[in-house]
Design a binder for this molecule. Structure first.
Ligand code: NAD
Length: 313
């Protein structure tokens, strides 16, 4: 398998050079791998080319002769499109090649990809990521991985370059499952933290006071301690820069859609998950769609008549 090779004699095909895929491909090229990159958007290709990725003109060209084919695509339908057909990855990759799909997609779609890959004589991992564009750029992503033990072991060198951590979550689909469960929980946390701040403000409690107590008490969580939705207590949180950067509402909405499809399909009683889905779906229809998802606090504050600056209406 490909792990016997050094970066210098390992070729990686990379399909999808967007916000996440672009920096991941660049980091692999900088680590010495030969990276053949393809994207439909010429600007994305140019950006990657400037940092060592070798452009190719089709999915088939990226897959041909590659030891590893990595995909970073917006959704499961596009992953299937890129894998299938005469021009797709499955038909053009060399037998024994390793496919790593880092896109966030449906659990069943990920399992189907793995089955199709095995049938074509290839190996496959679903490996969605956490860490955003900053993590992709700095090579500090966390990968949640589903697939066979030996395939996960073979992929270690690539995860080492692209990320700080790779957790083997179980069989095919398990990486996507963990990602979707985590993000449903995160959405619920972020809304809960926003509601708690709004209530504290209406009760005349200063943001900093509530933060100091709750972040060290049982209300502690990442949505409060790191992604604090009010400006002030955590200077690096997106709230301090008008909710720019961070994890966009649109992406959270996408992940919640996938999580809630799994909730429905598996008969899970997830009332809070469903409520979070509705909240982010309606927020995604507003100008806040591209803002960090902690912007949900501003909607809660507005509907609650919270007047910033310490007083409450
Ligand atoms: P993006 O839209 O910036 O990049 C996707 C790229 O895929 C685009 O450049 C697009 O042109 C390309 N593409 C689409 N169809 C193609 C095809 N048929 N052939 C070749 N290229 C094609 O998206 P992104 O933000 O980089 O996200 C990629 C994946 O990572 C998504 O599944 C997303 O949910 C997940 N993710 C994103 C973030 C984030 O913060 N952006 C964080 C975690 C996970």
């Amino acid at each position: 398998m490909s792990t016997d090779k050094t970066p210098a004699d390992t070729t990686i095909g990379f399909v999808g050079l967007g916000h996440m895929g672009g920096p991941m491909a660049i980091n692999l090229a900088k680590a010495g791998y030969t990276v053949h990159g393809f994207d439909l958007v010429p600007e994305a290709v140019e950006k990657a080319k400037a940092e060592g990725v070798i452009p190719v003109d089709s999915v088939a060209a990226a897959a041909t002769g590659a030891d590893v084919v990595i995909t970073s695509l917006p959704n499961g339908g596009l992953v299937k499109k890129v894998y299938d057909g005469a021009e797709g990855v499955l038909a053009n990759a060399t037998k024994g090649a390793l496919l790593i799909d880092t896109s966030t997609i449906d659990v069943d779609e990920a399992r189907a990809s793995a089955t199709d890959a095995e049938a074509a004589g290839l190996t496959h991992l679903d490996a969605p990521v956490s860490g955003g564009v900053v993590g992709a750029t700095n090579g500090t992503l966390a990968f949640m991985v589903g697939g066979r033990d030996d395939v996960f072991a073979a992929a270690a060198p690539y995860f080492d370059v692209m990320g700080a951590k790779a957790v083997h979550c179980g069989a095919s689909g398990a990486g996507q499952a963990v990602k979707l469960c985590n993000n449903m929980l995160l959405a619920i946390h972020q809304i809960g933290v926003g509601e708690a701040f709004a209530l504290a403000e209406k009760l005349g409690v200063q943001d900093q006071v509530f933060y100091d107590v709750a972040s060290a008490a049982t209300g502690t969580c990442w949505a409060l301690n790191v992604n604090c939705p009010v400006p002030g207590p955590v200077p690096a949180s997106p709230a301090n820069r008008d909710y720019s950067g961070g994890f966009a509402v649109g992406l959270m909405n996408k992940d919640l859609g996938l999580a809630l499809a799994a909730v429905e399909k598996n008969g899970v009683h997830a009332e809070l998950g469903k409520a979070a889905g509705q909240i982010y779906s309606s927020l995604n229809e507003t100008d806040a769609a591209t803002k960090d998802f902690s912007v949900v606090y501003t909607q809660i504050a507005e509907k609650s008549g919270v007047v910033k600056g310490g007083s409450a209406a």
